[in-house]
Each structure stands twice: as C-alpha cells, then as structure tokens.
Design a protein around this ligand. Structure first.
Ligand code: GDP
Length: 177
C-alpha cells in the first residue's frame, strides 16, 4: 500500500452527516488514520480524508467528507453532497435527540443527493452502553423502513468502524461496478 504509483480503479465520495458532537470527526479519524483524539476539533469548513482499500481485487479510494461543524449553523451546502455515492447518517446512541433528528437529515440528504446513493445509519458511542438512550430495535426499525444499512459503532474503542466503512464501500462497489 505504500506504493503511490498504484492504479486507482474507483474513487467513492462518502459524506458524514448528523448532529454536532455525535462523533463524525472521530469516526473519520479512526477509519482513515486509526486515531481518536480527545480534544475537540478546531477546524472550520468542509474537509475530507482518503483511504485506499481493495474490494474484489479493485483499488478503491474512499474519499470521506466531514461537515467540520457546519451542521451547527444549518449550513451544510449542496456542494457537500455533490457527487456523493454514499452517506453515513450518524447519531449518538446516548442522545435520543440526535436519533430523532435522523429523519430530518435523511430528508435533506434525499433532497440533495443522487437517488442511488447508499445510506448507512450509524449509532455511535456504543462503548457508553450504560447511558444508552436509543434501543437497537428502534434504530433497526427505522433503518428497515427507510431502506438503510445499520450498524452500531464506537470510534473510541474502534468497534465496527472499519466494518461499517467497508460495508458501505462494498455496497457502493456492487452498484457501480
Ligand atoms: P462531530 O461533531 O459529530 O464531528 O463529533 P466529534 O467527533 O467531534 O465528537 C464529539 C465528542 O464525542 C468528542 O468529545 C469525542 O471525543 C466524543 N466521541 C466521539 N466518538 C465517540 C465514541 O465512540 N465514544 C465516546 N465515548 N465518545 C466519542
């Protein structure tokens, strides 16, 4: 993988959306650099990170976009969604409100994104099990109703983070290839 001459077969843009503080930035940092930082981010504006992986013997460059705080001002723009083939809808399983807002985020996403976009619902912070405010079944039911993939993750403990990204990228690959 250190070979930067490697041929890239596909570039997939995936956007992270959801309320502020649900863990979008940490999920991205865990996936792209295997890091978790305890300080909150200081960056402003849209940013993305890439990670190259192999799916079905093809080299796929995942370009994962983070809102970098824009969601606080309801200023996530259509440029953010442009060209996205995947979206991760993230809530914090210890904050019921962040789950209740998923319907709104989904509506915004469907209003801006391509109709074939692959969407995955993510319940983050599953390491805080004792503070759980969203039962798995509620999320599963919502995901089934809305035709979304679903997974519970912890960016802190690394639980299901790679699995979730790999799953969405594989589904995108299936549609596109
Ligand atoms: P964003 O605003 O959605 O990008 O959220 P951040 O990634 O900045 O995370 C918000 C806060 O939640 C920070 O204090 C993180 O350290 C914390 N956090 C993020 N992911 C997890 C997780 O999986 N478990 C726990 N316990 N805390 C997390």
């Amino acid at each position: 993988y250190g070979d930067y001459n490697q041929k890239i077969d596909y570039v997939f843009k995936v956007v992270l959306i959801g309320d502020s503080a649900v863990g979008k930035t940490q999920l991205l940092s865990r996936f792209s650099r295997n890091e978790f930082s305890v300080d909150s981010k200081a960056t402003i504006g849209v940013e993305f990170q890439t990670k190259t992986l192999v799916i079905d013997q093809k080299t796929v460059k995942a370009q994962i976009w983070d809102t970098a705080g824009q969601e606080r001002y309801r200023a996530v723009t259509s440029a953010y969604y442009r060209g996205a083939v995947g979206a991760m809808l993230v809530y914090d399983m210890t904050k019921r409100q962040s789950f209740d807002h998923m319907a709104r985020w989904l509506e915004e996403l469907r209003g801006h994104a391509d109709k074939n976009i692959v969407i995955m619902l993510i319940g983050n912070k599953c390491d805080l099990g004792s503070l759980r405010a969203v039962p798995t079944e509620d999320a599963q039911e919502f995901a089934e109703r809305e035709n979304l993939f679903f997974m519970e993750t912890s960016a802190l403990e690394s639980t299901n983070v790679e699995t979730a990204f790999f799953r969405i990228l594989t589904e995108i690959y299936r549609i596109i290839s």
